[in-house]
Design a protein around this ligand. Structure first.
Ligand code: FES
Length: 241
């Protein structure tokens, strides 16, 4: 594969053609925050470009570009730290928080939540935008996986893990706009789908939208109703380092 020369934050480097700006920056130890992007073992990439947390400025282009799914090109001059890029990323996180429950201290993912970590990194201390909040029904039907869609940021990592890694394809995006959710077809509860309860979706979820059931009573109940519940040990994380 041929090499291209790009400049990132005044640093000239050579990277393989077809490399994303994010990967090129990483190779030069330049940090760009991400949220929806992930690399999985086995070479599976997930770059929906949906969150816009990774935007950068490219010389000669009017719009900011998501670095995770914009490929480098010969002579490209990129600025990852311009005021415009930093302000846009911050606004994206503030908007995500504006439709996110404010119960971090009670959340299963507290201190392990990527949205929480990003907000802390960016020094966000208060809710800038306030408005209508999502109020989707929670899905506690399964003995091993709980779904709290109010905490979903629509990164679709679970869709990729379920479809491309586990090849079960239980989860997909449905509806439009503010009503978009990640759900089994026809809004079925997890227990009524062909989910194998492998836990891959839980392991890649950046927030508390998908969590592992942590309730011994529920597990015992399920063990006594095997016809209704399926219990499979949660699989190890599939995310690459
Ligand atoms: Fe690039 Fe989400 S990480 S758009």
């Amino acid at each position: 594969m041929s090499l291209v020369t790009v400049t990132i934050n005044d640093k000239k480097l050579q990277v393989e053609e077809g490399t994303s700006i994010l990967e090129a920056a990483k190779s030069a130890n330049i940090y760009i925050p991400t949220l929806c992007h992930m690399n999985l073992h086995g070479g599976v990439e997930h770059n929906p470009g949906s969150c816009r947390v990774c935007v950068v400025e490219i010389e000669g282009r009017k719009n900011l570009a998501p670095s995770c799914n914009t490929m480098v090109a010969e002579g490209m001059v990129i600025n990852t730290n311009s005021i415009r890029a930093i302000t846009s990323r911050r606004t994206v996180v503030e908007l995500l928080l504006s439709d996110h429950p404010q119960d971090c201290l009670l959340c299963e993912k507290n201190m392990h939540c990527e949205l929480q970590a990003l907000a802390a990194d960016m020094g966000i201390r208060e809710m800038k935008y306030k408005g209508e909040m999502s109020t989707f029904p929670k899905d506690f039907s399964s003995a091993s996986i709980e779904r709290n869609l109010d905490k979903c940021i629509l990164c679709r990592r679970c869709v990729t893990a379920c479809g491309k890694i586990q090849t079960v394809s239980v989860l997909s995006a449905v509806n439009r706009g503010f009503h978009t959710i990640i759900s089994p077809a026809f809004g079925l509860p997890m227990v009524d789908t062909n989910c194998t309860f492998c836990g891959q979706c839980v392991s890649v979820c950046p927030t508390g939208a998908l969590t592992q059931v942590n309730n011994t009573t529920k597990v015992w109940e399920a063990l006594n109703h095997k016809d209704k519940f399926v219990i499979v040990q949660t699989a190890p994380a599939v995310r690459a380092a």
